[in-house]
Design a protein around this ligand. Structure first.
Ligand code: ADP
Length: 398
C-alpha cells in the first residue's frame, strides 16, 4: 500500500502543507493557510484538479490546522485512506544539535525551542505547527527536518568565523547555512542522474532568499548563508555580504537601533532596496522599459550587482573545489530567470563555460541541461522539491 507523508511548513502567520508520496514524488494534495491572526484568513486546498478556496477567521495555528484536517476530510483525500505514515515538519534552525532528521519527542521539541534566539522569526512558528499537529494527529510519528542539517558537515575552515573564539563559543556563532534540504536534494539528485558520486558541484538556490553551496563528492564544503540567512548573495530584500562595520556606522552616525538596522538589512535592502521591487520580473521590466531612464539605470546596476555577486561565489567555490564539473540552478529565479543564468554563464566564458542560449530559454518541470556539449562545466536547471526531500528524510527515520 502507498505510504504518504504530510509535510508541514508552519510560518508565523501561515501553514503550508503537502501530502507527498515519497516513492513517486507525487504531491497528492497541497494547500496553504494564510493570514492566521488577521480578522479574515484564507485557505487554499488542492486535491488533484479540485481546488477549494475559503475565507474565514483563523485566529491561531490550532484552528488553522483543524481547518486543514477538515478539508482533508471533506475534500479528500482522507488521510488514513491515503496511507499517511508520518508528519514531516520543516525547521529552519537546528543549530549544532541536528545533523539529520529527528523524531519529535519532548526533548527534541525543547531543543528546537532553545534555538529560537537563533531563528526568532522561524523556530517559534515551527513550534506552533509541531504542537498543534502532534495534538491533532497523535497516532503518527512526527519528524523534524532541519534546513541547517546538511551543513553540519561543513569543514571547520568554512564553518568557523575568524571571530574571537570565546565569544563565538559562548554565543554559538558559526556558519549554519540555510536551504540545506534543497542543496542536499539537488546535489544528490544530480549525482544520481549522472551516475557519479565524485563530482565537484555548485548548487545555486536562487529564490527570494538565495544561497549557493559547494559540494565535493556529495559533501558540502562551503555555503554562502551564515549564522543567519543574511550572509552571502544579494537577495530580494536582503543585503547579503556587507561590511559588518556598516552596522556600527549606522548605529553611531544614524542613531539607528539594532532592530531598525536588522529590518533594513533583512527586509528593505537587496533588489527591493535598490530598485523598489524585490521580484526579478519587475526588475527586468524596468530594464526593458526605457520610459524612466533613471529607474532603468538603477535596475541595470542592481542586476549587475546580483550577477557579479554570483560570479564571485562561483569563482571562489570553484577554487575551493579545485575545479568544477556541474553547476545547477534551482528555486524561483534559478528555475525561471534565463537572463540571470545567461549573464552569469557569459561572464564565465573565459573559463570554458558555454551556455546553449536556446536551451536556456526552454521551460520544463524536469531537469534540463542548458550548457553546450563542449562546455567545460555542465549547466543544469534542476527544479528543487523541498517537500519531497522532507518527506523522504521523514520516512528514512521512522
Ligand atoms: P522563496 O524564497 O520565497 O521560496 P521562490 O523560490 O518561490 O522564493 O522564488 C521567488 C522569486 O522567484 C520571485 O521573487 C521572483 O524574483 C523569482 N521568479 C519567479 N518566477 C520568475 C520568472 N518567471 N522570471 C524571473 N524570476 C522569477
Amino acid at each position: 500500500m502507498t505510504q504518504t507523508v504530510l509535510v508541514i511548513n508552519s510560518g508565523s502567520s501561515s501553514i503550508k502543507y503537502q501530502l507527498v508520496d515519497p516513492e513517486t514524488g507525487e504531491a497528492i494534495a497541497k494547500g496553504l493557510v494564510e493570514r492566521i491572526g488577521d480578522s479574515l484568513g484564507n485557505i487554499k486546498h488542492a486535491h488533484g484538479d479540485e481546488v477549494t478556496t475559503e475565507e474565514l477567521p483563523i485566529p491561531d495555528h490550532e484552528i488553522g490546522m483543524r481547518e486543514v484536517l477538515r478539508l482533508f476530510d471533506t475534500k479528500g483525500p482522507a488521510l488514513d485512506e491515503a496511507g499517511i505514515v508520518a508528519v514531516g515538519h520543516r525547521i529552519v534552525q537546528g543549530g549544532k544539535y541536528f545533523d539529520g532528521p529527528a523524531l519529535v519527542t519532548d526533548e527534541v521539541r525543547d531543543l528546537i525551542e532553545q534555538l529560537c534566539p537563533m531563528a526568532p522569526l522561524h523556530n517559534p512558528a515551527h513550534l506552533k505547527g509541531i504542537d498543534v499537529a502532534r495534538e491533532l494527529m497523535p497516532d503518527v510519528p512526527h519528524v523534524a527536518v532541519f534546513d541547517t542539517a546538511f551543513f553540519q558537515q561543513l569543514p571547520d575552515k568554512t564553518a568557523t568565523y575568524a571571530l574571537n573564539a570565546e565569544v563565538a563559543e559562548k554565543y554559538a556563532v558559526r556558519r549554519y547555512g540555510a536551504h540545506g534540504t534543497s542543496h542536499q536534494f539537488v546535489s544528490q539528485e544530480v549525482a544520481k542522474r549522472l551516475g557519479r558520486d565524485d563530482l565537484k558541484q555548485i548548487v545555486m538556490h536562487l529564490g527570494n532568499g538565495a544561497s549557493v553551496s559547494a559540494v565535493l563528492n556529495g559533501k558540502p564544503i562551503d555555503t554562502s548563508m551564515g549564522l543567519t540567512p543574511l550572509e552571502g548573495l544579494m537577495m530580494g530584500t536582503r543585503t547579503g555580504d556587507i561590511d559588518p562595520a556598516v552596522v556600527f556606522h549606522l548605529a553611531r552616525q544614524g542613531n539607528l537601533s539594532i532592530d531598525e538596522i536588522d529590518h533594513i538589512f533583512n527586509k528593505e535592502s537587496g533588489m527591493k532596496g535598490l530598485t523598489g521591487e524585490s521580484d526579478m520580473r519587475s526588475v527586468w521590466a524596468f530594464i526593458r522599459d526605457g520610459s524612466e531612464p533613471e529607474l532603468q539605470h538603477k535596475a541595470r546596476v542592481a542586476m549587475d550587482i546580483y550577477v557579479n555577486r554570483l560570479l564571485k561565489y562561483v569563482g571562489s567555490y570553484a577554487a575551493e573545489l579545485g575545479g568544477l564539473d556541474v553547476m545547477s540552478f534551482t528555486a524561483g529565479i534559478g528555475e525561471n530567470d534565463s537572463g540571470v543564468r545567461r549573464e552569469l554563464a557569459e561572464a564565465l566564458a573565459p573559463f570554458g563555460v558555454k551556455i546553449d542560449v536556446e536551451k536556456n530559454e526552454l521551460r520544463s518541470s524536469e531537469p534540463l541541461v542548458i550548457s553546450a556539449p563542449d562546455s567545460k562545466v555542465l549547466l543544469l536547471v534542476f527544479p528543487t522539491n523541498e517537500e519531497l526531500a522532507i518527506a523522504r528524510q521523514t520516512l528514512s527515520i521512522i
